[in-house]
Structures are given as C-alpha cells and as structure tokens.
Design a protein around this ligand. Sequence first.
Ligand code: NAI
Length: 248
Amino acid sequence: MGLLNGKTAIVTGAARGIGKAIALKFASEGANVAFTDLVIDENAEKTVKEIEAFGVKAKGYASNAANFAETETVVNQIKDDFGTIDILVNNAGITKDGLMMRMSEAQWDAVIAVNLKSAFNFIHACTPIMMRQKNGSIINMASVVGVHGNAGQCNYSASKAGMIGLAKSIAQELGSRGVRANAIAPGFIITDMTAKLSDEVKEEWSKKIPLRRGGTPEDVADVATFLASDMSSYVTGQVIQVDGGMNM
Ligand code: NAI
C-alpha cells in the first residue's frame, strides 16, 4: 500500500525538475496528481503520461502561479476534476540573480511574484477545501539561501525566507483545523535552474557539501513525500534542509 493512496496533490511548476520528481514520487505512492506550469507543451504532456503509468489520475494545467485570479480558477478546476485537494506543493520558482546595486525593480518584482506570491495564491485558494475536510498538508519549496542568505541573490533569498515565514504562520493559523504546513530548503540540486551556473561556481559549492555531491530532484522528492504523508502527522511549521549537510 502506498503512503499517499487515495490522496490528491497539486504540485506547481512541475513540468520538469524538482516539481516533476515530486509529482512522480507522489504518484508512485498512490496519489492522484494535478500539476501546473506556465505552458503545457509536449514535454509536460510526457510528464502526465509518466505519472499515469503509476495507475493514478494525472493532469497538467497551464497557469501562471504568480497570478491570483488565474490561480483561483485553476484550483476550482482541479477541485472539479479530482474531487478533493489533500496536498499542496508550492514549487514554482525562478531566479533573476544580481548584486543589489545592479538589481532592477523588475528583477525584484518578478522573483517575489513567482516564488512567494504564488504560494499565497495557492494557499489562499486551497485552504478552504482543506479546512472543510479537516485535513491537508502544504509544502513550501524554500532554499538554504532563504535561511542563510546569499550574495547576488537578495531577491531570491528574500522570497525563500518569505516561504519559510509563510509556512510557519499557516501552521499556526490552521493547525487546529487539521492543516499542516512545512518548508523544504534544498541546497545545490542538479536541475535546469542550476545548469546555468559556471563549473567554477559548482566546484565551489561542492567543496562546502560534506556528502560531496549535488543533490538530485529525487532527494528532495523523498522528503516531500514524508511531509505530504501521514508519516509526518505530528510535524508542522518546520524547515527541513535537503543539502547534503552544506549548512548545519
Ligand atoms: P526548474 O527551473 O528546473 O523548474 C521550475 C519550474 O517552474 C519550471 O517547469 C517552470 O516552467 C515553472 N515555473 C516558472 N515560473 C512559473 C510560474 N509563474 N507559474 C507556474 N510555473 C512556473 O527549477 P527547479 O530546480 O526544479 O526548482 C524547483 C523549486 O525548487 C524552485 O522553487 C526553486 O527555487 C527551488 N530550489 C531549487 C534548487 C536547486 O538547486 N535546483 C535549490 C533550492 C530551491
């Protein structure tokens, strides 16, 4: 029996990378999976097929997670299509790095909107459903730089610190209604997002990692599965770092 049998999960920004790995792992544990991304292209449709191969229901929805009205519409559509929403993973994220002195207002606004406001949008739309059923698990994808900061990423670090504060506040507001909220803070995970970093930067990072390797999307998906499942039924308001020990 799967850890998530009979549950329905929403994963945002899951056409590829960490979100896709989470969607597949959830499906392998028996969850039906609705995921969103900016566009549902051939690649995203391939993801739908890969999820369905686990014998669960799957559908991809084109939606900009940063848009409040679009999010309300897509969550209502998912509720109609799937019947319930038990798990929400706020995973969609972008980087627009630069030192503060050179950072434009547009870089700041875009990262805060996609990385942080998106989570507000989805939590706002999903929690009435979770509260009614007195059960729900919300997982915010933060980052180790949201805990420790990072030069050249003030917008991204602030958005990820916000994801942690948001999860802790929701945990306090909705714990009595059966809704849990936690954050995952990945370190250096090998995906398209980190592929753009130079070899020098990657080498510098790996020197700081006691486990001496970058993480895989599956490393993050395993922790997300724990937080989504009843295995963590007494865990809320926490930040779990998945970083090979980079930050202790
Ligand atoms: P990725 O760039 O491979 O995938 C991100 C996905 O989000 C893409 O499919 C993209 O189309 C989607 N997306 C972007 N903007 C969106 C929007 N407005 N609405 C809906 N979907 C949107 O990135 P990756 O590495 O898989 O990252 C996933 C999450 O994990 C992000 O929140 C990221 O900040 C976080 N993270 C990643 C780390 C890493 O080392 N890769 C480390 C720490 C955190």
